[in-house]
Design a protein around this ligand. Structure first.
Ligand code: ATP
Ligand code: MN
Length: 478
């Protein structure tokens, strides 16, 4: 094919006077003369001016919304308003026809719910192309942050033979037949006959494997898909989501918090610098959407203001115990406004509590530390009080928990005692315990939910709209 130039590269006007070829999808065709062409490189369309008097009328008819075309011509400074440059078409080729009548995306506003049903076409909208460009830049920024710090990117397995991670309900992976599966003598399914000779699942977290790598390579991170069969139909949970899990030898909880706060700020800053057009567009979208809401439900800050606010302020760090005091004495708690009232120390925090702390009390991102051991995982380091663990959760406005992490329990005897208390099968975890047997060191890490970060940065309200093909209870389309 002829060499094409991306529309993004034409918009700054530096190529005015040159003859170029562009290829893309028609957004609109006005007065038989002006094509608005989009090729996905930018939110902006390129205006193509057609010499309709000298063009084959049959071809003009084929220039419909969503048809794909190739156009070659001279780039000129635009006469009209609304664009800096336009292309005077000399050659026009239809690459793919499209029946505009049947095309599901009409030139009007569609609801996000409707677009979710046609997720295979929603990339063609301004909103979703903007979201997925930002998602790309966030992923790149994450790799860049760790790479610049000397971390190694480790690929943890997706199919796991360990079911003791305890982070959530798992999806089983099997090739056994549903009808008449092989059984053992006592009538249970015989997983020895399964593909791997044992029962296997999709991973819920790469942390345990990352710990193995960290205790040899120092600073590592994973960034991959994770799966949780949790039946939670919320706007913050997916059954398949991507997680970033750094794990660092010789780090304590303070180092861990610094690393996480640094990562969030670095990635947000990267998007502000690289996706200005997308952020401006999404900010306007959000303002429009919020006009439908009553005043008290609208955000106090516009999208870019909120992102800048996050960059410029230190996250508020406090212990779980301090947070419980604040919550206990809070107005919503006293007036019975919380769905789950806070009565005593030890209560698990719900999203409503996390959001109260972040959005109403501190009005900035919050890091809670030192949770009761009862509500946290077995691998978190026990404090000297024997009651709390060196956990940290980062809570964000509008999102709630975005990061969950901890300093890990590196003492073999304490770890084994915790595992026994929590009924974690020790025999199956010998490989994990080996790290504590052979040169154990203090270490720490955390998990950042990638989609929750994309949700925050794009200002979208539902996690199903920031991953191309969302998986959630009752739905695995495409
Ligand atoms: P939550 O309480 O919100 O369910 P969690 O405590 O189960 O979160 P962790 O097991 O600590 O979460 O996982 C680490 C991070 O992964 C979370 O902080 C969150 O950002 C993200 N996360 C967890 N579960 C999901 C999910 N189902 N969909 C999308 N992201 C998730
Ligand atoms: Mn969960």
């Amino acid at each position: 094919m002829a060499k094409r130039t991306k529309i993004k590269a034409l918009l700054d006007g530096s190529k005015v006077g040159e003859t170029v070829t562009v290829m893309g999808w028609v957004r609109t065709f006005r007065n038989n003369q002006f094509i608005a062409l989009n090729d996905g490189s930018s939110l902006s369309n390129l205006q193509i001016v057609v010499d309709f008097e000298n063009e084959d009328p049959a071809k003009l008819k084929r220039i419909t919304t969503s048809a794909s075309i190739s156009a070659t011509g001279k780039l000129v400074a635009s006469q009209g308003r609304g664009q800096t440059v336009e292309l005077i078409a000399e050659q026009l080729e239809i690459l793919g026809d499209s029946d505009a009548e049947k095309y599901p995306l009409q030139p009007k506003k569609h609801s996000l719910e409707f677009l979710r049903e046609i997720a295979h076409l929603r990339f063609r909208t301004n909103t979703f192309s903007a979201i997925f460009r930002i998602r790309h830049h966030l992923a790149i920024a994450i790799h860049q942050y760790f790479h610049e710090k000397g971390f190694y990117y480790i690929h943890s397995p997706i199919i796991t033979g360990s079911d003791a991670e305890g982070a959530g309900e798992m999806f089983r992976v099997t090739t056994l037949p549903f009808e008449n599966p092989p059984k053992t003598e006592n009538g249970e399914i015989n997983f020895k006959k399964d593909f791997f000779g044992k029962s296997t699942n999709l991973t819920v977290s790469g942390q345990l494997e990352a710990e193995l790598a960290a205790l040899a390579m120092g600073e590592v991170y994973t960034f991959g898909p994770t799966f949780r069969a949790e039946n939670s139909n919320t706007s913050r949970h997916l059954a398949e989501f991507w997680m970033i899990e750094p794990e660092v030898a010789f780090n304590d909880l303070d180092d861990n918090m610094d690393l996480a706060e640094g990562l969030l700020k670095y990635t947000i800053k990267h998007v502000i610098e690289h996706c200005a057009e997308e952020l401006a567009f999404l900010e306007t979208r959000l303002l429009e959407e919020e006009k439908q809401k009553p005043q008290h439900e609208r955000s106090e800050m516009a999208l870019r203001e909120k992102l800048m606010f996050c960059l410029e302020n230190e996250f508020q760090r406090l212990t779980y115990t301090e947070a419980i005091d604040i919550l206990k004495n809070s107005n919503p708690n006293k007036k019975g406004k919380f769905q789950y009232p806070i009565e005593a120390w030890g209560a698990d925090l719900q999203s409503e509590h996390e959001r109260y702390l972040v959005e109403k009390h501190f009005k900035k991102p919050v890091i809670l530390t030192d949770y009761p051991k009862q509500i946290k995982a077995f691998y978190m380091k026990l404090n000297d009080d024997n009651n709390t663990v060196r956990a940290m959760d980062i809570l964000f406005p509008g999102i709630g928990e975005i990061v969950g992490g901890s300093q890990r329990e590196e003492r073999l005897d304490v770890l084994m005692a915790r595992m026994e208390e929590m009924h974690i099968p020790l025999e199956e975890m010998q490989w994990f315990l080996d790290t504590r047997r052979f040169g154990t060191v203090p270490h720490a890490g955390f998990g950042l939910g990638f989609e929750r970060l994309v949700l925050f940065v794009t200002g979208m309200g539902n996690i199903r709209d920031v991953i191309p093909f969302p998986r959630f209870p009752g739905s695995a389309e495409f």
